[in-house]
Design a protein. Structure first.
Lengths: 107, 622
């Protein structure tokens, strides 16, 4: 059971955290909404919650709530560049299908 | 597949609900777009990795627009259809465009704003700016992977309502939702995080390609306020190039320089200037059209000497801005350098020396305004949990009313922060005056003729009273959008009149600069002129009052001899009123005052007796 960050993603997150000047890590999550059922969330973390599960990857603390983990287990978070656009991408083995935009998914 | 960004805690957007916000620095020479992604503020580059988009639009053969470097490169061989520095024409009428004849454009005068004739038809500056904005918008949408929620666009602090409105219109035409227009110096301050301090006073020194702006910003309890702005709208990096160019021409004893050679030498001058930013000498070598070889080494020291005059031209507006803000150098907590020209070492040194402190330079001076705008945009769309920055603006030129004798009574002083309301009481000049004409003017000079006329209106229905008894309260109100309304209200009768004006409509920054410059250099003349007019008004008032008293009581209270003395004194004053010597008028008025002293005392006694004897006043006066 784990969540991992690609090297590029970890580098970026460390840089973003440093620039932000505060925050203890990154929160990954899943919430129900969007055209295909569920959607990823990606946020900075200033305070951890009691139920949070914590992972270390590439020097970054990744926090996740237990409910989200059931949908995200085994996910690798990557940072990619597509043309001028750049951002994070979830490589989630649990996903059965995504909507065209890739922001929401079904398991 | 959409790519995700890291959001602030609890602010993660729903899918397809991302609040994509950008900041745009719509510059005279170059434009930029920036955004905040995963908490990081960055300028967005095009496919070729270039951040700066030259603010040049060329209409090509089929009429379609070409924007940026490609257009800029064709500027000299297609001058009529290649529009550069369109920002200078935004919201301006033809008469407000400085040196219109010196530009290659075919201007068409149109109500409100000048137009430019191109092969794609007649274009307004708004349309041309919109082409630049469209390119920035599509660059941003490609980089952010979605539709934009909105943008913050920066404008110079001195931009008036018409110029701001034109900027907004251009954005709308480009399909951009404007979250807010932000003053350039304020954007720079935000980029440096100066807003994180609880308070402070900062100077933003912005030396661009063709303009110099200096602003004093005051931060109090998280509120930014533009305390003063000053500058020179015809001073920038181009002038430094010009200095080097003239040096080359002088050194090489060139007499007539053909246009193509001049262009070549100017571009070499520019390169030399850039080289001298971090080396001690620059080589300038070229083969001119005549076949002549030019090969010179320009030393940094020589360059500094050549351009020392340009730098001191930035210091005087800086001093003026400080003075306008009522501050000394010691009150400044930080100095921010903006604009590519501030990369020059001697500019930095001069600023450091003037303020006695090192200026902030760690952000790229070309990008700092766009970065600040992006941070503000990010916050305005709700991607950050912070209190709103409330940004206040200032009145660029004083607003006032014409008073007797063509003098200006300032009601709202220059650099008053918006919104502002000021009231002042005026009175009637003549007995029985039932109407008052109000002439609203803008400017720093003491005489109406030297200021800009904004509006005239009349207050009617003032009940007849003796001169000076009516109390007319005139209120000037300027709202947050810079819209002025003036109302006059006679206190005893309640009659009132109101007018709305755009205070600086059609007033160019050059004109503002000139008017300020004029007020400075004419301060002494103005004082003398003011004295003269004041003495004339006083003298006239004295003559009228004396005449009225003579008509009323002269026969009863004065002997022939006394009456003759007063008449003589009146005649002397009447003649001297037209002289240019205010002290002579004053002396004549004083001697008339002395001549009527006895008469005035007797009138006073008489009126007291009348009152005491309980007889009807009307009967006596009849």
């Amino acid at each position: 059971m784990a969540i991992t960050l690609s090297e590029r993603a970890a580098d970026r997150i460390q840089k973003f955290l440093a620039q932000r000047g505060k925050g203890i890590g990154l929160r990954l999550g899943v919430r129900t909404s969007g055209c295909s059922g569920m959607a990823y969330t990606l946020e900075f973390v200033d305070e951890s919650l009691p139920d949070d599960l914590s992972f270390e990857s590439g020097g970054v603390t990744v926090l996740i709530d237990p409910k989200s983990l059931t949908f995200l287990d085994g996910t690798e978070l990557d940072f990619v560049r597509e043309g001028l656009n750049e951002g994070f991408k979830f490589n989630n083995p649990n996903v059965k299908n995504t909507c065209g935009c890739g922001e929401s998914f079904n398991v | 597949m959409a790519l995700l960004q890291i959001a602030e805690p609890g602010l993660c957007a729903d899918p397809h609900q991302h609040r994509l916000a950008i900041g745009i620095d719509l510059g005279t020479t170059n434009s930029l777009v920036a955004t905040v992604r995963s908490g990081e503020t960055a300028v967005l580059e095009d496919e070729a990795g270039r951040a700066l988009l030259p603010s040049v639009v060329r209409y090509v053969q089929d009429g379609s627009p070409q924007v940026g470097l490609e257009a800029k490169l064709r500027q000299s061989d297609d001058p009529h259809n290649t529009i550069a520095s369109v920002k200078r024409f935004m919201g301006r009428g033809l008469k407000d465009v400085p040196h219109a004849a010196a530009t290659p454009y075919r201007f068409v005068d149109a109500p409100g704003m000048v137009r430019l004739e191109t092969r794609a038809g007649v274009k307004s500056p708004v349309e041309v700016s919109a082409e630049i904005l469209k390119v920035l918008r599509s660059r941003a949408e490609a980089a952010l992977g979605g539709e934009l929620t909105g943008a913050v666009i920066t404008v110079p602090a001195y931009f008036d309502d018409a110029q701001r409105q034109a900027t907004k219109d251009a954005a709308r035409l480009a399909g951009i939702n404007v979250l807010r227009l932000l003053n350039e110096p304020t954007a720079a301050a935000i980029a440096y995080g100066l807003d994180n301090a609880s308070q402070g006073t900062f100077c933003i020194y912005d030396l661009g390609g063709g303009t110099f702006d200096v602003s004093i910003l005051r931060l109090r309890q998280g509120i930014f306020e533009v305390a003063a702005t000053s500058g020179d709208s015809a001073l920038g990096g181009d002038d430094f190039d010009e200095c080097i160019y003239r040096w080359i021409v002088g050194q090489s004893s060139l007499e007539e320089v053909p246009v193509a050679d001049a262009r070549l030498l100017l571009s070499l001058a520019r390169k030399a200037k850039e080289t001298l930013t971090d080396s001690d000498s620059a080589r300038i070598s070229a083969t001119l059209s005549s076949g002549m070889e030019v090969d010179r080494i320009l030393g940094a020291e020589t360059f500094f000497d050549l351009t020392a005059g340009l730098i001191s031209k930035t210091i005087s507006p800086t001093r003026k801005a400080l003075r306008d803000a009522g501050l000394g150098i010691e009150d400044i907590d930080g100095v921010v350098l903006v604009g590519g020209s501030t990369r020059m070492r001697h500019v930095r040194d001069a600023v450091a020396k003037f303020f006695g402190r090192e200026p902030l330079t760690n952000l790229d001076p070309d990008k700092v305004v766009a970065l600040g705008a992006a941070m503000q945009a990010n916050m305005l769309v709700g991607n950050r949990k912070t209190d709103d920055w409330l940004l206040l603006d200032v009145i660029p030129l004083s607003l006032g009313l014409e008073t007797m004798g063509g003098l200006v009574e300032k009601v709202i002083p220059r650099n008053a922060t918006l919104p502002v309301t000021r009231a002042q009481d005026f009175t009637t000049f003549k007995d029985g005056q039932t109407a008052m004409s109000l002439h609203v003017v803008q400017g720093e000079r003491e005489l109406v003729g030297d200021c800009r006329s904004l509006a005239r209106f009349e207050l009617r229905g003032i009940p007849p009273m003796v001169a000076g008894a009516a109390r007319i309260r005139v209120t000037f109100q300027v709202d947050a959008d810079g819209l002025l309304s003036v109302s006059a209200h006679e206190q005893t009768s309640g009659v009132q009149a109101t007018i709305e004006v755009k205070p600086s409509y059609g007033l160019g920054d050059d004109e503002i600069a000139r008017m300020l410059q004029d007020s400075f250099s004419h301060a002494q003349n103005d004082m003398a002129a003011r004295n003269l007019r004041e003495q004339r008004v006083d003298g006239l008032r004295l003559l009228e009052a004396t005449q009225a008293a003579l008509d009323l009581d002269g026969r009863q209270l004065l002997s022939e001899v006394e009456r003759a003395a007063i008449d003589r004194a009146m005649e002397t004053l009447r003649v001297l009123l037209n002289s240019p010597d205010h002290t002579a008028i004053k002396r004549a008025a004083d001697s008339l005052n002395r001549a009527t002293a006895q008469f005035a005392a007797r009138r006073m006694d008489a009126s007291i007796q009348r009152a005491l004897s309980g007889r009807r006043l009307e009967a006596l006066e009849a």
